[in-house]
Design a protein around this ligand. Structure first.
Ligand code: NAD
Length: 488
């Protein structure tokens, strides 16, 4: 089934095929068969994109013309808005989004976030006074001005590609940067549409460029190493994030990293809706492929057996109601690729070897539609030191860990190299807040509070990243501070 338009590169204002004409198949996760074709950018294409972005930053008024930026970013929003149907198709075919998940985690969430960026943009402070100060026998007036950092290489993953692409591209453009967007090889179409619609919106050549290729690392590494690129904004795995820091060191690259997670939800024994707090942690939405999902469930030892029974019933109730491309009520489809499916299955085998008990799921389900399907899976009797509790699986696999008291719960939640998100449920808001304050993560949801939205800064502690995306802070990541002082 080939149903997507060809994904073309966008370089220096031109939509184009790769130099040399190479293309690659976009493999659809539902069937494992190609759903489209994408240009396979050559080294020369990537060179051209970097040069175009540099020229647009250095030689045009893009970095200083705020009105132009706001009007074009708004125009681009309107074009995306008019193409929601295509965006949904891309999310479903390329990223494997189930129909019931397309809005929440893909199209609506990204478009809402875009609107939030436009809404907070007037709050950006372009200048700040530090007042007068005497020195060297005279008075000095001091101000800071905030300027766009320059050329941004935006490297993005496949799991929620529109959301992450918008998170980076829109913020960088509003800040006055020029951008080279480099989407993952699994989801080039969700990158290519930025080029296509930017061309329609009439962006100056080179302000937005989009390159992608079959080789996952080639274009990204070129962006990271090139001295003409001022900042790398990366979302993806912690392993690649570390490599970007290492390789960026040669040019002292500014790096902004949104990385993996192994977030814990703590359900305290006084939770008022214990059954709901436990059952809703089932890791099924978008097959568990979210960086901020709660993939460790921490429940009190005193109610562990009860929690197990609740989960057993919840998984049984969820049953086989997933993996159907055309069912608008479903929230779970396949995982992204054969490689990812094999990786997740190897973690399931590891969990059994490590002595955890499989409460639900555990198997591949190629019978669904031939693609990369894994059953909703839950391990109990998990110790936090096990690899299945420490490493990011990035699939529909929940691990359930008992704790003794609040201190123990905090200790377990924090005994992780990651620090992206978390959750606390309790009948006492004070008690939940006390626990939330002790958890070392970039966000914590208390009693189901929504802490991911386009007007809120999002990011990680520890190995989950550096910097904050979305909200005012998300735009300010793309600014430099210049201090100017003059004698009075
Ligand atoms: P990945 O790290 O494999 O790839 C991410 C991007 O980096 C892709 O575009 C890929 O082509 C590119 N890349 C690969 N090797 C590179 C290299 N050597 N140099 C430069 N770029 C390179 O991640 P993925 O598998 O696409 O996505 C899943 C990961 O993303 C998970 O770890 C998930 O937690 C993380 N993620 C984090 C957030 C967040 O905001 N913190 C959001 C979504 C996903």
């Amino acid at each position: 089934m080939t149903s997507l338009p060809d994904a073309r590169l966008f370089i220096g204002g031109q939509l184009r095929d790769a130099k040399g004409g190479r293309t690659f198949d976009i493999i659809g996760p539902w069937t494992g068969a190609p759903v489209g074709r994408a240009a396979d950018a050559s080294v020369q294409d990537i060179e051209d994109a970097i040069a175009a972005a540099r020229r647009a930053f250095d030689d045009t008024d893009w970095p200083t013309n705020v009105d132009l930026r706001v009007s074009l970013v708004q125009k681009l929003y309107d074009l995306f808005d008019a193409n929601r149907g295509r965006l949904s198709d891309l999310a479903r075919h390329e990223a494997g989004a189930a129909m019931g998940a397309v809005g929440r985690a893909h199209v609506d969430m990204a478009m809402d976030g875009w609107k939030d960026y436009l809404a907070v943009f007037p709050q950006v402070q372009w200048q700040k006074s530090y007042g007068e100060r005497s020195g060297y026998g005279m008075m000095h007036e001091r101000i800071a001005v905030y300027e766009p950092v320059g050329v941004v290489g935006a490297i993005t993953p496949w799991n929620v590609p529109l959301y992450v692409n918008v998170g980076k591209v829109v913020a960088a453009l509003l800040a006055g940067c020029t951008v080279i967007l480099k989407p993952a090889p699994n989801t080039p179409g969700m990158g290519a549409i930025f080029g296509e619609l930017a061309a329609q919106a009439g962006f100056p050549p080179g302000v937005i460029n989009v390159v992608f290729g079959e080789d996952a690392a080639l274009a990204g590494e070129m962006l990271v190493k090139d001295p003409r690129v001022d900042l790398i904004s990366f979302t993806g795995s912690t392993g690649v994030g570390k490599r970007i820091m290492e390789q960026g060191a040669a040019t002292l690259k500014r790096v902004f990293l949104e990385l993996g997670g192994k977030s814990a939800k703590i359900v305290l024994e006084d939770s008022e809706n214990f059954a709901m707090d436990v059952a809703t942690t089932m890791l099924v939405f978008h097959a568990g492929q979210g960086c901020a999902v709660h993939s460790r469930l921490l429940v009190p030892q005193s109610r562990y057996e009860e929690a197990k029974a609740i989960l057993k019933a919840a998984y049984a109730n969820f049953g086989d109601n997933w993996g159907d491309f055309d069912n608008p009520g479903q929230i779970m489809g396949p995982v992204i690729s054969r490689r990812q499916m094999e990786r997740v299955l190897s973690y399931i085998a590891l969990g059994e070897e490590e002595g955890a008990t499989l409460l639900a799921g555990g198997k591949a389900r190629p019978d669904k539609a031939g693609g990369f399907f894994i059953e909703p899976t839950c391990f109990v009797d998990v110790d936090n030191s096990m690899r299945i509790a420490q490493e990011e699986i990035f699939g529909p696999v929940l691990v359930v860990i008992p704790f003794q008291d609040d201190d123990d719960a905090v200790r377990i939640a924090n005994e992780s190299s990651y620090g992206l998100s978390g959750g606390v449920a309790s009948g006492s808001l004070d008690r939940a807040m006390a626990v939330a304050r002790r958890v070392r993560t970039g966000s914590v949801s208390v009693n189901g509070g929504m802490c991911i939205a386009g007007d809120l800064p999002f990011g990680g502690y520890k190995s989950s990243g550096i910097g904050r995306e979305w909200g005012l802070e998300g735009i300010e990541e793309y600014l430099e501070t210049k201090l100017i002082a003059w004698r009075k």
